[in-house]
Write a new protein. Structure first.
Length: 431
């Protein structure tokens, strides 16, 4: 999950697109792909235990519900530190901060890979969550500052592509690697990738200054802006619902007798998530509200299938497809909705969203563990359905602010296109 509370002027660091130079027409792909890899590592480190839970549990000598708290403690680390660490390090050089955050991942994943002590593993996961709090606080803003103003949206899309890649390829690949060489090899491979990324960032990513004190975002007043609170509520409850099932998916499938299918089912889920991201990217300007409702309904239907028809293997795969189609575009939808609602305070709203996102992930790990120990894994899909009912109700209710039927940016885009046509007719070259 990402946020962009880095509010230093992007335009001050980016080339002027009207300068006519070649630099103004190109994105710095080498640097942006480094940021995308950082996003990939951050996202995959968070979710990797989901596919490795049974083997991790056996090696650490604790229950699977206790092992599931490795996801919880990571999210707690991020939730507790994202806002205060963002404020504390706002004046740091951006490259130094990014290198520090990624070094934290290298250390935490190495300790996780070699630890045989549950308590030490939990400390390492918490440290990884703290590193994520630093990383998420700067990655989207860093991407904006790397690009000329007219290409900043594309720059952010490239950087944030690490999320769906981690979801669609990283978790299944980590699961397959864990089944083949053991779960420790999966975490050690993350360390190797992070070390390579540190060299990449050092050699190929430009530096930018931190923020002046007067530029730092005011967070609490953002809650009073119409539309922000409904989006934050939907974020909290939707992510909680998703995490209850996703954090324990390996255990859930094992209890269904499908433990050997875990990697393939996660791959199917991830592929459907990629398709969802493409659909959302193409339609979000016109149908943000409808896509959000549709996503929640698809996840609810998938959960109902798992609740009542999970004895049919083919329908479990169908549920994975529906789940991926419903969930894949949710991060984009919620970030866009809170950014639209926040207006000039969009960065502060994003910082609050990422904090609540991780609170929800922590809550999902805790609630899922309680459900597993008390009612069994078969209770997970029902919990998801119940939680999604208020999500759908709030999205439908917040039609004026939060999830409007028509986005303001749609009108601005139409005006910009009309302006471009007028300039073309007048002989002014488009940029």
């Amino acid at each position: 999950m990402s946020t962009a509370p880095d509010t230093a002027s992007a335009s001050a660091a980016a080339p002027d697109p009207k300068g006519g130079g070649e630099e103004a027409r190109k994105l710095p792909l080498f640097a942006l792909l480094a940021l995308s890899t950082a996003v990939f590592i951050t996202s995959l480190t968070e979710t990797l235990p989901a596919g490795l839970l049974p083997s991790m549990s056996q090696d650490l000598g604790v229950s699977e519900s206790a092992t599931g708290q490795t996801v919880t403690v990571y999210a707690i680390g991020t939730a507790l530190t994202a806002i205060p660490l963002t404020a504390a390090t706002a004046g740091w050089q951006r490259k130094k901060l990014l290198l520090t955050a990624m070094a934290g991942f290298a250390i935490a994943n190495t300790v996780t890979a070699v630890s045989s002590v549950y308590e030490l593993t939990m400390v390492a996961r918490f440290v990884a969550g703290v590193a994520a709090g630093l990383a998420w606080a700067l990655l989207a803003g860093y991407a904006r500052r790397l690009a000329p103003v007219h290409l900043q949206g594309k720059a952010m899309a490239i950087a944030m592509a690490g999320i769906p890649v981690a979801l669609s390829l990283g978790v299944p690949a980590g699961t397959f690697l864990g089944e083949w060489l053991g779960w420790r090899a999966a975490f050690l491979s993350m360390t190797g990738l992070t070390v390579a990324l540190l060299v990449w960032i050092f050699a190929g990513v430009p530096d930018f200054p931190g923020q002046a004190r007067g530029e730092r975002p005011k967070l609490l007043r953002t809650l009073t802006i119409p539309g922000v609170s409904p989006v934050l509520f939907v974020t909290l409850v939707f992510v909680l619902a998703h995490t209850i099932l996703y954090a324990y998916i390996a255990t859930y499938l094992k209890d269904l007798g499908l433990g050997g299918h875990t990697g393939l089912i996660l791959l199917v889920f991830g592929a459907a998530s990629l398709a969802s991201i493409w659909i959302v990217g193409a339609q979000i300007n016109r149908r943000l509200r409808g896509l959000t409702v549709g996503g929640a309904l698809l996840v609810a239907v998938a959960s109902l299938l798992l609740a009542v028809l999970s004895d049919t293997t083919a329908l479990v795969y169908v549920a994975a497809v529906l789940w991926g189609l419903g969930w894949g575009g949710v991060p984009t939808l919620l970030q866009t909705a809170v950014g639209d609602a926040g207006g000039e305070s969009a960065d502060a709203a994003q910082a609050m969203l990422v904090t609540l996102w991780n609170v929800a992930m922590a809550g999902g790990g805790i609630v899922g563990g309680i459900l597993l120990d008390t009612l069994g894994s078969e209770s997970f899909p029902w919990a998801v359905v119940l939680l999604l009912l208020p999500v759908i109700a709030v999205v439908l209710y917040a039609r004026k602010a939060g999830f409007p039927a028509h986005r303001a940016s749609e009108e601005k885009t139409a005006e910009a296109e009309a302006g471009t046509e007028t300039e073309a007719k007048a002989g002014v070259p488009a940029v």
